[in-house]
Ligand binder design. Sequence first.
Ligand SMILES: Cc1cc2nc3c(=O)[nH]c(=O)nc-3n(C[C@H](O)[C@H](O)[C@H](O)COP(=O)(O)OP(=O)(O)OC[C@H]3O[C@@H](n4cnc5c(N)ncnc54)[C@H](O)[C@@H]3O)c2cc1C
Length: 495
Amino acid sequence: MSKALVCSCEDVTVSDVKHAVSRGFCDVESVKRYTGFGTGICQGKNCLSAVASLLEREKALKADAVVPFTPRPPLYPTELRVLASAPVDESQPPVGGVPQELEHFASALRPEGSVPAKAKVVIIGGGIMGLALAYNLALRGETDVVVLERGYLCAGASGRNGGGVRMQWGTPALIELAKRSIDLMKDFARDLGVNVWLRQGGYIFLAKRKDVAERLERNAVLHNKYGVPTRIITPDAARDIVPGLTMKDCLTAAYNPEDGVIFPWAFLWGYAQGCQKRGIKVETYTQVTGFETSNGQVRKVKTDRGDIACDTVVLAAGAWSPEVAKLVGVQLPNEPHRHEILSTEPLKPFLAPLVSVLDTGLYFSQSMRGEIVGGMGDPLEPSGLNMGSTLRFVKRFAEALIEQMPQVGSVKVLRQWAGCYDVTPDNNPVLGRTPGLDNLLQMSGFVGHGFMMAPAVAERMAQWMTRNESDELFTRFNLRRFAEGKLEREDMIIG
Ligand SMILES: Cc1cc2nc3c(=O)[nH]c(=O)nc-3n(C[C@H](O)[C@H](O)[C@H](O)COP(=O)(O)OP(=O)(O)OC[C@H]3O[C@@H](n4cnc5c(N)ncnc54)[C@H](O)[C@@H]3O)c2cc1C
């Protein structure tokens, strides 16, 4: 094993890269996420070519499949206070952004050979939902399952999120799902052999407006009823928990010490490896292009590597779910909405909880690697599958963060990126059978909280699919509710 460094920013060695290859992660985007190479101060400028040639040398990839990953802006580490003063016209809606995300992945990345001709269950989407469901099906003895992913495993929102996990929700269904998920996460290292770096430093929600403060107060009562120890705290108490918070214009705060953050990539790899170990086929760089149906059933899923006959299909394509559903004539109410996020240079641990100003959608936490990771919603963001990064976002974020924590003004932003929330009209997921297409199961619409819901939702869904018993979750959140107007709106949405 060679301990020679490939990426000195993140201490990634030749043997780390070879280890990633041995696990089947061979293209540079996957290896970046598996090892962390290229995520430090140099953004891959010094290590990308070394990793690419190592992959070629290992014969992990054909030469024309070595597509370099795209470095993220700002290309040079830049102070938050400099970004806060960027000349941006905030009255204009955000447009474009860099880098432009790839519509199509290089065909050289597509695996050779065709997909299995038949499978009991085909899951569309290799994000956290699809993989967690496949893993949970395997735990219940169902391994004739194929997961189809059009890109690499972290290509969607699951590879782009903030890793926040919280029980502070506005409806009992989500409170209970989040509680169960966090319990399952605690056992992740033992069950799946990966450390997801769960750190229960709490979540503090700040409220500036009276109606938002009242919402926090109302929800805290509900949380306590469900065993979540949320408490309303004064601005002074919030400053005791996070020294340096200005609490500017804040009326009140809600704090649950049992909420926390995890490291998203490891979480996804854990499920992927758990699936593969149990014989589930995870087919990356394989795009679903259509369906064959008859008598109210999907008979085949068509892909760019061949067709798969199946008994059950699960649509877990996140923000792409509406466009995939359209291929089989199903209209989903979901809309993709870009959400931008960034990460700074690492700092010594100073911030235990994730802090969020609910009125503006600002949130920030400190990762186990010491980086401040944070984002902020944008009320002018139009719907669409846009994953470019904008100067407008970093400016708005930097201003809002410095308003709450002036002492971080000189901290440098290392990289920013974006992903899409998969938004439904009531901020709740779409789950269960599709009216008129009995064996097409929906598993989408997780807005900005799918990551923390995945363990519990996947557990319930696998149980429901294998036991054939009814479960109210799949009635409550069925697609039918939008036509019937039975919407129960979730109001604790950040962004
Ligand atoms: C910036 C940001 C911050 C977030 N922060 C948090 C947070 O702190 N906590 C939290 O819990 N959640 C957070 N979320 C939300 C969370 O990331 C998502 O809800 C969750 O990852 C959704 O998982 P998924 O599997 O449904 O979708 P995805 O991860 O998007 O997976 C869907 C997959 O389907 C694939 N696909 C699409 N079309 C096809 C096709 N035709 N054929 C085959 N495959 C296809 C895509 O490539 C994609 O990989 C955040 C999201 C964003 C964007």
